[in-house]
Design a protein around this ligand. Sequence first.
Ligand SMILES: [Zn+2]
Ligand SMILES: [Zn+2]
Length: 321
Amino acid sequence: MTTYADQQTPETSEELKVIPIQNKESARYCWVCFATDEEDTEAAWVRPCNCRGTTKWVHQSCLQRWVDEKQKGGNLGKVTCPQCQTEYIIVFPNMGVLVLLLDTVDSFIYKGCPFLAAGIVVGAIYWCAVTYGAITVMQVIGQKEGLTIMEQADPLVLLIGLPAIPVALVLGKMIRWEDALLNFMRKNLTKIPFIRNVLPFRIEVATNTESSNENDLPPLSNPVSATRVLCGALLMPTIANMFGKFFFDSVKSNFHRTILGGLTFIAIKGCLKIYHKQQQYIRQCQRKIWTILNLIFLLIYIVIDETNKKLINRKFCIATY
Ligand SMILES: [Zn+2]
Ligand SMILES: [Zn+2]
């Protein structure tokens, strides 16, 4: 950009052209926009840090733009030179007490809002837990009985007791009693013929596979899924209520019926889970990875088998004629 220099009188334009050639080493060069003295003669220059050499100089406006980008809109926060890590000294004009006060309030609100938001979320979760607890009490004991008990109870007991219900359900759901029982059965009940027939145990499984090393066998328990635990725990009272109504309709007490329903559900689900886990375990133990040759042999076998069947059918047709 020699346009500005061109507009000058011949003497000044000659001077400007000469200077960079004489002091090529000391020519100023902005590390943000890469412009030199020659290209932008009006811009204000600044040396804000301890850098030497080509990154020593920068345009005031370019550096301010760069600082704005680093501070992401806010005028707070330290900004350092990317080369020498010197902190830039940013001086603001004095705008009076009111602006200073507003700045302080603004920064206070900016810093406080994340904590406030976290508090609101925790509060919302707490009140959800209280509501869930109250609904569960009415589900288990019965609507009228539950309401009268909650009306008579101390508010403090309710505020602690009701949210403890979903927490207790989730903690209870996390007890993996099926795994413990299955492990116990695998270790101790292999000698009982009936259970042996229902659940083939590891000893038999391990001898079928080529490697009977315990470390090679798949792990007993699946990883815990948080969403599964949460859903299972929170749906438990509803399912218990349904099972109670279905299996124990003759029981008059709502509480006893729901408890019995819940226990029945846990028992049925536990048995199915143990059976499924054992079957999965056996499948894992007996799996094999095939070579390509295995597959080719299988295909050849299928083709031969099909042609044999066709031949037999044809012979049969001829015979009937
Ligand atoms: Zn620049
Ligand atoms: Zn620097």
